[in-house]
Design a binder for this molecule. Structure first.
Ligand code: FES
Ligand code: FES
Length: 161
């Protein structure tokens, strides 16, 4: 079985490992690094539960091989809070009741953080809905998720700031 040495920076820390070439990035995060906040809902790129930010782009980590992320910078849900302080997007999801079972929430929040980074603090509801189309939620009906993202957008510092 073919193996490769990889080095990936995850939440600001370089992580090195020898992995099978067929290992999915989501399994590297969950099983090798213990970062189980990134969920697996479908394994077939449908649900978005596994969304992380890879070099500034939201990606479904079940569609990326770990070896493809060699040299990349990855941010996962575990990398959002600063100490005891939640990220504004996490706060807004709590305040606006944007989660119920919470299964979709880490992926939804990572996609939301990334869309605000890309579209800026004045992003509108239509754009939020469109950008989150790849993230499925069985519980909330999406309205409160959109409210939370719009509320957080103004508070989230975008990379250009
Ligand atoms: S687990 Fe990756 S899209 Fe569903
Ligand atoms: S909160 Fe349950 S799937 Fe979204």
């Amino acid at each position: 079985m073919s193996q490769s040495e990889i080095a990936i920076t995850v939440n600001g820390t370089e992580r090195r490992a020898e992995v099978e070439d067929r290992l999915l990035l989501v399994d590297f995060l969950r099983e090798h690094l213990g970062l189980t906040g990134t969920h697996v809902g479908c394994d077939t790129s449908q649900c978005g539960a596994c969304t992380v930010i890879l070099d500034g782009q939201a990606v479904k980590s079940c569609t990326v091989l770990a070896v493809m992320a060699e040299g990349a910078e990855i941010r996962t849900i575990e990398g959002l809070a600063e100490g005891e302080s939640l990220h504004p997007m996490q706060e807004a999801f709590c305040t606006h009741h944007a989660l119920q079972c919470g299964f979709c929430t880490p992926g939804m929040i990572m996609a939301a953080v990334n869309l605000v980074d890309r579209h800026g603090p004045d992003v509108d509801a239509e754009t939020v809905r469109h950008q989150l189309e790849g993230n499925l939620c069985r519980c909330t009906g999406y309205h409160n998720i959109v409210k939370a993202v719009l509320a957080a957008a103004g508070a989230q510092r975008t990379p250009a700031e």
